[in-house]
Design a protein around this ligand. Structure first.
Ligand code: GNR
Ligand code: NI
Length: 167
């Protein structure tokens, strides 16, 4: 296993649209294991392949209290969305920044599991938020893209300043 470097906003590679996985093989399983290790180490509750500069439609999520319930979604597609919820979001690609984003309260997704089997999942609450946040990444969207232009500018300035002091 290996820790993978996480791209930081506003890296233009975060804007790439990921391609569907056409074959689930050992390289897919290795990537998923490395993504899970990277997510747990960060620590975060989800990670999209886009964030580690792999532009394939793969997401790992673990919203459990004790970090014991890894979920892997390959080629996830959003189906029915219902209701709305607004909560503070953060992102491993936008460290130290948190802001409110409105999302659907309940979502249905179809995806492939690691055995290539088609699955359907109904999710609500934090898992639903995380799924929407990760599918956004696969489509080249970061949560700050949902904020006002002024907030985005402030975030870019703050991250640029942080980068200067840590350099
Ligand atoms: O770790 C994460 N926490 C989080 C909190 C609220 C809404 C979404 C998230 S996802 C984030 C990890 C991440 O950046 N995934 O892309
Ligand atoms: Ni994120």
């Amino acid at each position: 296993m290996a820790l993978l470097p996480i791209l930081r906003f506003p890296d233009p590679r975060l804007k790439k649209v990921a391609s569907p996985v056409t074959q689930i093989d050992d390289s897919t399983r290795k990537l998923v294991a490395d993504m899970a290790e990277t997510m747990y180490e960060a620590p975060g509750i989800g990670l999209a392949a886009t964030q580690v500069d792999v532009h394939q439609r793969i997401v790992v999520i673990d919203v459990s209290e004790d970090k014991s319930e890894l979920q892997v979604f390959i080629n996830p597609t959003l189906g029915n969305c219902e209701g709305s919820q607004t909560g503070e979001e953060g992102c491993l690609s936008v460290p130290g920044i948190y802001d409110k984003v409105e999302r659907a309260e309940r979502v249905s997704i179809s995806y492939l599991d690691l055995d290539g089997k088609q699955q359907v999942l109904e999710a609500e609450g934090l898992l639903a938020v995380c799924i929407q946040h990760e599918i956004d990444h696969l489509n080249g969207t970061v949560f700050v893209d949902h904020l006002s232009q002024l907030k985005q500018l402030r975030i870019k300035n703050k991250l640029a300043k942080q980068a200067r002091v840590t350099a």
